[in-house]
Design a binder for this molecule. Structure first.
Ligand code: PXL
Length: 279
């Protein structure tokens, strides 16, 4: 069978277990051929470290796409994450145009817990909302969802009606499917809910809530979700694969949380992920 091929466009944080350093190994383990396009190289991620280095690779993005296009390369999917600058949003949109037929998965990656990440402002958020409108599947957390819609962030105490409404409004940005992560209705469970606008239907997958927060779990989740979608899994199955894998990564890291606050030990959980995608 032909191997599925996916482009992943996001930064390379050399230390910190997020973006490309999780997306590439996770999707490779799932059996995909992964083509990484680094948007920037940072010494570390920006959440919890200070004085990180940042080398902007924007100039390479169009050149990589043009070369791939000239070679007649084709791709089954593209997954985007942390980009770094507003300029890159338009460049990613050019990838969408140059390689038609790919499943386009956009994780907005600009905010969490009610706050923008250090490098971003609301102009960037609006730009990413535009990119979401060109995607097939978008994967915001509750903060990014609220910011992209110009709404107030609701951290807790919401119900299913709120989440379903939020998902419908996100899909109205122009994507077929919206997935929102970090949904916790009852304090005891956490998971993801998806809305497919074409069939006007919802699906969801929850696990026990683990009351800790590790950096990079959103990237781990989106990598597993994007891999599963491009492999042809249903959204219901893709949500289960991605939520289960993220929970296992968090559990594997909890005993070492003090030394390992910057990211999850996703490596030790790859065998379970491989088993799940091949079931
Ligand atoms: O995990 C998201 C992410 C990715 N890349 C960089 C980041 C962050 C979140 O802060 O700083 C560089």
């Amino acid at each position: 069978m032909k191997q599925k091929r996916i482009i992943t466009i996001q930064d390379l944080s050399c230390f910190g277990k997020c973006s490309l350093t999780v997306a590439h190994p996770i999707m490779s383990a799932m059996g995909l051929e992964v083509c990484p396009v680094p948007t920037a190289i940072l010494s570390t991620h920006t959440a919890g470290f200070q004085n990180w280095t940042f080398r902007d690779l924007a100039a390479d993005l169009p050149a990589v796409a043009a070369h791939w296009h000239s070679q007649g390369l084709t791709f089954d999917g593209i997954s985007t994450g942390y980009l770094g600058t507003a300029e890159m949003i338009g460049m990613v949109s050019d990838y969408f145009r140059l390689f038609p037929g790919m499943v386009k998965i956009v994780d907005p990656v600009f905010a969490d817990n009610g706050k923008l990440y250090p490098a971003f402002d609301m102009d960037y958020a609006r730009g990413v909302a535009g990119l979401c409108g060109q995607a097939d599947v978008i994967v915001p957390n509750l903060t990014e969802a609220a910011f992209m819609l110009g709404e107030e962030y609701v951290p807790s105490g919401y119900d299913e009606e709120y989440i379903h409404g939020l998902l419908r409004r996100l899909a109205a940005l122009g994507c077929r499917t919206a997935v929102v992560t970090g949904v916790n209705y009852d304090g005891a469970h956490q998971g993801a809910v998806a809305y497919d606008s074409a069939s006007d239907s919802f699906c969801e997958y929850f696990r026990e809530n683990i009351d800790v927060s590790f950096h990079g779990t959103g990237d781990v989740f989106t990598s597993a979700l994007a891999g599963a979608i491009v492999l042809g899994k249903s959204m219901e199955r893709a949500l289960a694969i991605a939520v289960d894998y993220t929970v296992e990564c968090i559990k594997a890291t909890m005993p070492d949380i003090k030394d390992h606050w910057y990211g999850v030990k996703f490596e030790s959980c790859l065998p379970g992920l491989i088993k799940a995608v091949n079931e």
